[in-house]
Design a protein around this ligand. Structure first.
Ligand code: GLA
Length: 499
């Protein structure tokens, strides 16, 4: 999301252009799945300058600066977003009667897309929906432990397809992941097609028959999830559920969908953060009325404290941060910042620090073990984001460590918090059902370090009776009031400890 926000846009025109650019234009480029990526430009040309608006994917900009012309204009377009100003740069190229539009990213103009004139109303923002009075959506009874599964976005992005999802389901059903608890297979953004005259949303060409796919996934003992959002479009500019919540929830129920990730992105064209709760409630109500039990995953990047109102809109989990990326710094920044949210996690309702990057190649196996340990301490959803059809043995062992998964899935549902910190060395604890504790010794530093845990500092009056190293799968020899471990750089020692 952040990277997308750095994009710039540009528009180009030639000197021989006969008229002016005033009017409504559409530049559409094929997505390769039967849908198009659309840029609408509602332009006014006066005194050699261009003003107006540009709507592209999730954004609706006002043109704030126009330079160049008459055959090539560079437009700066801006959009307010909760105290920030988003900026995009487009180049307009005029050649005879033809206009092309290019988005400028990092100062480099992309391939120009031909534009054509369309009716004045084409691409206009829809009316805002009526905001419902707030009420409590009944708990759906799902996700008593943090959801586990797989999501297409981190690895496959826009390339996800029916074939990939079937292959992933085959692998998860046969490589031990399903039996370890990874059951929700979720198709993220770019599955969506067009809405028909009756308002029913269809999947695009990458997913020829969503019901047949759901049947296939169910036949493997797994569940199928989809993605949408409360705005007119998704982040990638695909059709979302704005004003169609009830029809969409019914459609998904008829296909056999079990999980919905609902992403704020496109809603910002029309709404502010203060509108989040009623808009998410509209979908929470629609899911509750759909006739099918569907896990409801809120994705609004932790804006407006969703941990305070997520359960009221029927949410089973809510993102607490912006998007993770497959780098130590990203995982570390997100993961170690979650302790303050511990009071809000409980069975049925979870903080979601975003999906796993384990196995995507940007971190070492040691770092991925820290990622898995930290997310399990946090009672975070364990949503794998790698190509599970093709994993190394080391990655398989990380994702399938049942002793670590048991910490994540502990039925008391109590999220860990930081017990102590000394520079880059941290000790976190989590209370488990039946009185055990999980204790994690993290080394965020660049060198191997000796980290000592004093049992009294993590709530044990004297030396515990038993402690087990969950990565070495070995019981520790306990020697007294404290325990010292050698922890590699960016590594972890994860223990399960008994009184
Ligand atoms: C947002 C979400 C991501 C992913 C993309 C898809 O950035 O935070 O997790 O769903 O949208 O466009």
């Amino acid at each position: 999301m952040l990277i997308r926000n750095l994009f710039l846009i540009s528009v180009v025109a030639t000197a021989s252009f006969a008229g002016d650019l005033t009017g409504n234009w559409l530049a559409a480029s094929p997505n390769g799945d039967g849908t198009t990526r659309k840029i609408w430009l509602n332009l006014k040309q006066q005194d050699g300058r261009i003003t107006g608006t540009i709507r592209a994917t999730q954004f609706f900009y006002t043109i704030s600066e126009s330079t160049g012309g008459p055959d090539r204009f560079t437009l700066t377009a801006t959009m307010p977003d909760e105290g920030h100003e988003r900026r995009a740069t487009y180049e307009l190229i005029v050649s005879g009667n033809d206009l092309s539009v290019a988005l400028v990213r990092n100062n480099i103009a992309g391939t120009p897309v031909p534009a054509h004139r369309v009716a004045a109303s084409d691409g206009a923002l829809p009316a805002r929906v009526t905001m419902p009075a707030l009420h409590k959506v009944p708990d759906n009874g799902l996700a008593r432990t943090p959801p586990m599964g797989w999501n297409s976005w981190n690895k496959f992005n826009r390339l996800v397809s029916d074939e990939i999802v079937r292959g992933v389901a085959d692998s998860i059903a046969s490589n031990g992941m399903r039996d370890a608890g990874y059951v929700y297979i979720t198709i993220d953004d770019t599955w969506e097609g067009e809405r028909d005259a009756q308002g029913i949303l269809h999947s695009n060409n990458k997913f020829p028959d969503m019901k047949a796919l759901a049947d296939y996934v169910h036949g493997k003992g797994l569940k199928l999830g989809l993605y949408s959002g409360p705005g007119p479009t998704t982040c990638e500019g695909y059709e979302a559920s704005h004003g169609h919540e009830v029809e969409d929830a019914r459609t998904w129920a008829s296909w056999g969908i079990d999980y919905l990730k609902y992403d704020w992105c496109g809603a910002r064209m029309l709404y502010s953060d203060a509108d989040e709760q009623p808009l998410y409630q509209r979908m929470g109500d629609a899911l509750a009325a759909s006739g099918r039990k569907i896990v409801f995953s809120l994705c609004q990047y932790g804006r407006l404290d969703p941990w305070k109102w997520g359960p009221d809109v029927g949410g089973n989990l809510w993102r607490t941060t912006g998007d993770i990326s497959d780098r130590w710094e990203s995982m570390e920044r997100i993961g170690f910042d979650q302790g303050r949210l511990a009071p809000y996690a409980k069975p049925g309702h979870w903080n979601d620090p975003d999906m796993l990057e384990i196995g995507n190649g940007g971190m070492t196996d040691t770092e991925y073990r820290t990622h898995m340990s930290l997310w399990s301490m946090l009672a975070a959803p364990l949503i794998a984001g790698n190509d599970v059809r093709d994993m190394s043995q080391a990655i398989r062992e990380i994702l399938l460590n049942k002793e670590v998964i048991a910490i994540d899935q502990d039925k008391a549902g109590k999220q860990a918090s930081r017990a102590s910190q000394s520079g880059e060395h941290e000790i976190w604890t989590r209370e488990l059902d039946g009185g055990d504790k999980a204790v994690a010794l993290f080394n965020r530093g660049k060198q191997t370090a000796s980290i000592t845990v004093k049992w009294s500092s993590v709530g044990f009056a004297k030396s515990p009776s038993h402690a087990r190293d969950l990565w070495a799968h070995k019981d520790l020899a306990l020697t007294g009031a404290e325990y010292t471990a050698e922890v590699p750089s960016h590594g972890v020692m994860l223990l399960r400890v008994r009184k």
